[in-house]
Design a protein around this ligand. Structure first.
Ligand code: NAD
Length: 318
């Protein structure tokens, strides 16, 4: 309860905003939220479930990043009316419980496609040419060259070809890659024709691709989508790229595949537990992990923050 003016006591609606990158541009966004009490995340870290239980207890609305909104969080949040996802993937939210409680939900499609697609292409170059590994060696005074491979003329297999997959396809086509798609729901034939995209079944995609890039959502059907069986079907000199979600790849099986030489390397922006605790994958030269930064560009952050804020206010006032 906040005392506002003339002694009048007004109940202000409370908003919790968890994304770390939102905090960097909060001053630009505050104008949109006049009349609300806003709690920001200035810790630079993703909140745990226990922290979310405490923080969400009295709020009316949440702008959520990748922090967990579990059943416990929702059940303890007695005033919660709306959850606005800052980004696309809703896999950190217990959607069933939220819907049961009548909590409104929204996300911000079309705000970060370009940024994530550019990172996916960047990771392909990095793992193919050992860019970050080589630069790291030079910083440690080791002037060593590691032979790489070109992207041009290679088969790029996209698993999932929605908004981000399409942006990757555009860029890869420009690089002279041959694009194969496995996506049971993809039916944009004009788009496929414009980039010479071949739609294939999963086994074909796994066996012919030189690079495989994941752009599908994480849900109960897609968890561990890439495990030992799929890794065994890949070419031994193929690279796996994951800018979608950590749980899509069985990390234990990926470690096995890299150690056994079943695939040449993997570059990911996401991990099943973020940040990862000590994990043997992190010590592998042919494994790259970036800190879930696909959407962390100046442009995407502004688009996501604006859209997520407007979505939340519309839901709270609608
Ligand atoms: P989207 O919904 O536009 O596209 C997803 C595509 O996956 C759809 O075309 C759908 O048909 C397809 N798909 C669904 N199930 C599939 C299956 N079993 N096999 C193959 N394809 C399947 O989503 P998007 O905006 O393109 O996002 C793609 C992924 O990127 C999501 O996992 C999202 O969480 C992730 N993402 C990551 C970052 C990051 O910072 N790294 C940022 C934004 C989004």
């Amino acid at each position: 309860m906040i005392k506002l003016f003339g002694g009048e006591v007004i109940l202000k609606k409370r908003i919790l905003i968890t994304p770390k990158s939102y905090y960097q541009i909060k001053d630009e966004m505050l104008g949109l939220m006049e009349g609300y009490q806003v709690l920001f995340n200035d810790t630079g870290r993703t909140f745990s479930e226990d922290q979310m239980i405490d923080l969400a207890e009295d709020v009316d609305g949440i702008i959520i990043g990748v922090d967990p909104i579990t059943k416990k969080v929702i059940n303890n949040a007695k005033n919660l009316k709306a959850i606005s996802k800052y980004g696309v993937g809703m896999d950190n939210i217990d959607l069933e419980t939220a819907e049961e409680k009548g909590i409104l939900l929204s996300n911000t499609p079309d705000t970060n496609n370009t940024s994530v697609a550019e990172l996916a292409i960047g990771l392909m170059f990095d793992i193919a040419r050992n860019i970050s590994a080589s630069a790291w060696k030079v910083k440690n005074y080791k002037w060593e060259r590691i032979k790489g491979v070109e992207l041009t003329d290679k088969n790029l297999g996209l698993i999932g070809c929605g908004k981000i997959g399409k942006e990757v396809a555009h860029r890869a086509y420009g690089l002279g890659m041959k694009i194969k798609v496995y996506d049971p729901y993809f039916n944009d034939l004009d788009f496929a024709k414009s980039l010479n995209i071949e739609r294939v079944d999963l086994d074909t995609l796994l066996s012919i691709s030189d690079f495989i890039s994941l752009h599908l959502p994480l849900n109960k059907d897609t968890r561990n989508f890439i495990a030992k069986e799929e890794l065994k079907k890949m070419k031994k000199d193929a690279f796996l790229i994951n800018t979608a979600r950590g749980g899509l790849i069985s990390e234990g099986d990926l470690l096995w595949a890299l150690e056994e030489g079943e695939i040449a390397g993997a570059a990911c922006d996401v991990f099943s537990a973020e940040p990862p605790e000590e994990h043997p994958l992190l010590s592998k030269d042919n494994f790259i992990l970036t800190p879930h930064m696909g959407a962390n560009t100046k442009e995407a952050v502004k688009r996501m923050a604006t859209a997520a804020t407007k979505n939340l206010l519309n839901m709270l006032n609608g």
